[in-house]
Design a protein around this ligand. Structure first.
Ligand SMILES: Nc1ncnc2c1ncn2[C@@H]1O[C@H](COP(=O)(O)OP(=O)(O)OP(=O)(O)O)[C@@H](O)[C@H]1O
Length: 470
């Protein structure tokens, strides 16, 4: 996002009357903050401008010397089909309007129309073009899954394919002015991803993070909007709100699922109108920061139960990524284990220990409710108490056993009865044998782990194995 100019592409105004060009560009800027405007009073220069500059939208007069508007419409339609053209003409004849629409005009306004109507039409076209550009870019990235700036994601270590597609998506939407919603369980890396999106946005300002969980509505408003002196008892000096601190940068609102209903209304108004009032002030200020929000909660469920406003939910999820939990990123577990062992050893000034072969199978039986944060903490704990060459399993076993979570394999657990599709069901004995074999394969022959996977004790597993082998 180019923060000095809006929108990211140029809006070209073509008219042979300089006074009209000036007044329209002023109206666009003062009423809607449209500042990326290029003026052209000689229609012969239009095609050259389109070749040299990144123009997305044209406001075109029809009656001009040299090349008339209709001739230009034809040329633009042939050579720049992605550029939208709105005709703004003094002519108000149905025949002319129909011809222009047939030539590919996106919209038509008469110069005597209310200025605000024209500005609103321009703003609508800009929003549509922004969405089209986002979608086009996203599709292209998804097809190739290639990253232009892999360095932006250096802090997020992963070899998982789903994570690579998320990176491609973030690259595609990083410069969009619309909000970005990041969801996923605790510790999956939502804040890291928000940082990457900010780095990629090209915003010169700061990334300002605010955890909104537990903020009552007044504190929320004061934190975000700031206040003027004397706004309330104790407000002895001016306080800059976080929105202002984040000017030309990114405002990252974490734990958005915990936002009170009253604060949801305030956030919606801020996003919709792009304006806010510091407490105690009647002078509006403009929002000049990109908004990224994150939550570990399921906003869809909260919206369905009425705990989260539907209108705000739809606004926030214009761009949305769901980061998968560690247990669903099968290949990331051994990869992150190795990385964190190295990092922990370096930080603690020790030699990198060798993990026992059964460590990955053991960790794969665990659901990691705290995700990567939890894995990292486990590894640091194990390395800090480690002596000798081979890493001990003890601290891992203790952490897993102390957790109230049930063992879950890294492979996803089916949501429906896996036998439902069987025409003929296996006998109990056969099903038990298959289950034992599968558990032993997944546990790489380790019976303690296989018993854990099946939720039975080791002696019980041993008894069943004997029975099955008879
Ligand atoms: N892929 C990863 N590679 C390296 N470190 C990671 C990765 N994902 C998360 N981490 C680390 O895990 C910890 C948690 O990350 P982060 O704060 O971004 O998660 P979160 O999803 O925002 O968590 P919460 O919902 O609890 O706020 C941090 O220490 C972060 O550095």
């Amino acid at each position: 996002m180019n923060n000095d100019l809006y929108p990211a592409f140029g809006v070209l105004l073509v008219d042979d009357e300089p006074a009209w060009l000036r007044s329209l560009s002023l109206a666009l800027e003062s009423n809607s903050g449209i500042t990326n405007v290029v003026l052209c009073k000689d229609s012969r220069e239009v095609m050259g401008i389109l070749e040299r500059q990144n123009i997305g939208l044209i406001l075109l007069d029809l009656t001009m010397p040299h090349l008339c508007g209709e001739e230009l419409l034809t040329l633009i339609g042939e050579q720049y089909p992605d550029i939208a053209t709105i005709v703004v003409s003094g002519l108000n004849q149905v025949g002319t309007i129909v011809t222009c629409m047939k030539l590919g005009a996106y919209d038509y306004y008469v110069k005597t129309d209310d200025e605000e109507r024209i500005v609103c039409g321009v703003l609508r076209a800009i929003k549509l073009l922004e969405l089209q550009r986002d979608t086009k870019e996203m599709t292209q990235r998804f097809v190739t899954c290639e990253l232009k700036h892999p360095e932006a994601f250096h802090a997020i270590c992963t070899v998982d394919r789903a994570m690579q597609s998320i990176f491609a998506y973030i690259e595609a939407v990083a410069q969009s002015p619309l909000p970005l919603l990041i969801t996923g369980e605790s510790g999956v890396g939502k804040e890291l991803l928000a940082k990457a999106a900010h780095d990629l946005s090209g915003c010169k300002g700061e990334l300002v993070a605010v955890n909104v969980a537990g903020l009552d509505d007044t504190v929320f408003a004061d934190t975000l909007f700031g206040h003027v002196r004397g706004a309330f008892t104790g407000a002895e000096s001016v306080r800059r709100g976080m929105i202002e601190v984040a000017t030309n940068g990114t405002l990252f609102l974490d734990e958005i699922g915990d936002l009170s209903t009253a604060s949801q209304v305030k956030l919606l108004r801020l996003i919709q109108e792009g304006e806010y009032f510091p407490l105690g002030s009647d002078q509006p200020k403009r929002l000049k920061a990109r908004i990224i929000v994150a939550t570990h909660q399921n906003l869809e469920t909260k919206e369905a139960s009425g705990a989260f406003r539907r209108d705000l939910f739809y606004r926030l999820r214009t761009h949305h990524v769901l980061i998968p939990p560690l247990r669903k990123r099968i290949d990331d577990l051994p990869y992150l284990l190795d990385l964190f062992l190295e990092e922990a050893a370096r930080t603690l000034g020790k030699k990198k220990p060798t993990p026992p072969p059964s460590l990955v199978p053991l960790l794969s039986t665990y659901s990691f409710p705290g995700n990567i944060r939890e894995l990292k903490a486990m590894i640091y704990d194990a390395v800090s108490t480690h002596k000798g060459h081979m890493l001990s399993m003890d601290s891992f076993l203790k952490a897993i056993n102390n957790s109230s979570e049930h063992p879950v394999t890294m492979a996803s657990v089916p949501e429906h009865n896996p036998f439902a599709c069987f025409e003929r069901l296996p006998t109990f004995a056969n099903a038990a044998t298959y289950l034992l074999e599968e558990a032993l394969t997944r546990a790489k022959g380790n019976q303690t782990l296989a018993a854990r996977l099946l939720g039975i004790s080791q002696p019980s597993l041993w008894k069943r194995l004997k029975l099955a082998r008879r």
